[in-house]
Design a protein around this ligand. Structure first.
Ligand code: SAH
Ligand code: SF4
Ligand code: F3S
Length: 473
């Protein structure tokens, strides 16, 4: 499933994981530690990083708590992707400021992308913050905590060319015990003109293949049945294994071979880099899910060029055709769109609508353009599409996507899908829910089935976001 926090998104009724939500830490009790409470904002990578942070903090003797009021230390793992993502964090800091009055010893740390973007400036702007830690500096948390304990403010926003935290075993937070995320790379070397990620996450680097495979094996042994391999651009995964250069298709194969009952997903694919090789590897293994998240951003070649996405409308259409040819019509495809990028005309917008119709996306994460300081677009282009036009175009995109999602779901009626059960349906404990290979959420009566099991579900009904059915033998 895609993992970005959205301004507005089509969410399934039952699977809210792609998340507007904010994730908080679970409880762990060693009985000895000070208590850490973490809130994670932004993309799945950030959530995955919070699991690494928790692991590092455990090693320094901190327990985690899901109750903010119990905490001695509060970390906000932040996102900078759009302005409203940062506003959310500022609002949260002011709430924390109020409660700190009752607990003056509370330590407040800002981690992640906003920490990296604003650096020490954040200490001046938000007086309540004791500690600013960028995404590559988490190994230093012990020392930084010590500095704070000694009465200083602490900052480490050093970006590394090597850090992948390959040797750190993440402490799984909010886990359903069935599905887990594995970071396979960090950073991004693309320079999409609108995007802050290359500045907040640094250079792209791939993680040691063996450490990824080991983590997946470990998860399988613990009972997990699905892993999602995470990177900003998974198709550029590259690892030099003793002179043998391994790409993403190799990695996918290695993980798929761990066990036929371990499902493999991945996100995000970049249209310029997604190879037929990857698609053929997907088709070769039943347990690699037939689902691709392929952000289009815009359907207009002129806008794509200004965005520096380095592909054209025709190229993107060619990639959609390749997915449909190699993996079949029913392969799940989702996307991200940005409305109202600099100079976007009604005609460019119409190109986005038409490419959506062509691709028949199953769903989409749809945004309006938010200018980010110091990005190439902010430096060179004028954010000249008025807000009301941005919103009007976004609404048209949302409406069209709603229709496409419904149509795609209706095509599934009468089909039977293999579903990995993830837990109870959000609406009732008499129903279970899981996803099919194409990443669609399917709800069905519980009977004697349990989470972590595979079942075959015959689909009888659907909404825009969910399929409903019953298990058949
Ligand atoms: N690495 C992924 C996306 C990372 S950010 C990729 O290349 O596709 C997730 C999504 O946020 C992007 O796909 C884009 O649609 C959106 N986004 C990024 N920067 C944005 C901005 N400045 N304004 C609005 N949306 C943005
Ligand atoms: Fe941002 Fe582009 Fe990198 Fe995605 S590929 S993280 S949009 S710069
Ligand atoms: Fe993710 Fe937001 Fe950073 S989307 S990479 S947490 S800017």
């Amino acid at each position: 499933m895609p993992h970005w926090v959205n301004d507005i998104q089509i969410l399934s009724e039952v699977d809210k994981t792609p998340t507007e939500t904010i994730k908080i830490s679970d409880d762990t009790h060693t009985g000895k530690g000070r208590k850490l409470y973490i809130e994670s904002y932004g993309c799945q990578m950030n959530f995955s990083d919070s699991e690494i942070v928790t692991s590092i903090m455990h090693n320094h003797g901190y327990d985690t708590t899901s109750n903010y009021h119990d905490a001695d230390v509060v970390f906000l793992n932040t996102c900078s992707i759009r302005e409203n993502a940062e506003q959310k964090v500022r609002k949260r800091l002011s709430e924390i400021n109020l409660s700190k009055k009752n607990k003056p010893s509370l330590v407040v740390g800002v981690l992640g992308c906003m920490a990296e973007r604003l650096k020490a400036k954040l200490l001046e702007e938000e007086k309540i913050v004791d500690m600013v830690v960028g995404p590559d500096a988490y190994r230093d948390l012990g020392t930084l905590m010590q500095e704070v304990d000694e009465g200083h403010k602490a900052v480490n926003v050093f970006l590394s060319k090597e850090e992948t935290y390959a040797d750190i075993a993440p402490v799984r937070l909010h886990t359903n015990g069935v599905t887990a995320y594995i970071s396979i790379m960090r950073g991004c070397d693309n320079m999409c003109s609108f995007c802050v990620v290359p500045y907040t996450r640094g250079r792209e680097r791939s993680r040691d293949i063996q450490s990824i495979v080991n983590e997946a094996k470990d998860l399988f042994a613990q009972g997990y049945r699905e892993v999602t391999l995470l990177g900003q651009n998974v198709d550029s995964y590259k690892y030099n294994d003793d002179g043998n250069v391994l790409n993403f298709a190799h990695l996918l194969e290695r993980v798929a071979l761990i066990h036929p009952d371990l499902r493999v997903r991945f996100s995000t694919s970049h249209p310029k880099d997604m190879t037929d090789d990857v698609l053929y590897t997907m088709s070769k293994y039943e347990n690699i899910c037939k689902y691709v998240h392929l952000p289009v951003q815009s359907g207009s070649t002129r806008i794509l060029e200004l965005m520096n996405r380095t592909y054209t409308r025709e190229w993107y259409i060619g990639r959609i055709d390749a997915i449909r040819n190699i993996l079949g019509e029913d392969c799940g495809i989702s996307t991200d769109t940005i409305s109202g990028f600099c100079t976007e005309t009604d005609e460019d917008h119409a190109d986005t609508l038409s490419i959506m119709k062509y691709a028949k996306f199953d769903y989409a994460y749809m945004f309006t353009y938010s200018e980010r300081p110091n990005t190439p677009a902010a430096k060179k282009l004028k954010d000249d599409v008025p807000d009301n036009i941005k919103k009007k175009r976004l609404n048209e995109i949302i409406q069209l996507q709603g229709q496409l999602s419904r149509e795609r779901n209706q095509q599934d009626l009468g089909n039977t899908y293999k579903v990995l059960i993830e837990g109870y349906s959000k609406k009732s404990d008499d129903y279970l829910q899981g996803r099919n290979s194409q990443n669609k959420v399917i709800v069905f009566p519980k009977m004697h089935y349990k989470k972590g099991e595979y079942v075959h579900v015959f689909v009888e009904k659907c909404t825009q976001a969910t399929l409903l059915g019953h298990v058949i033998n």
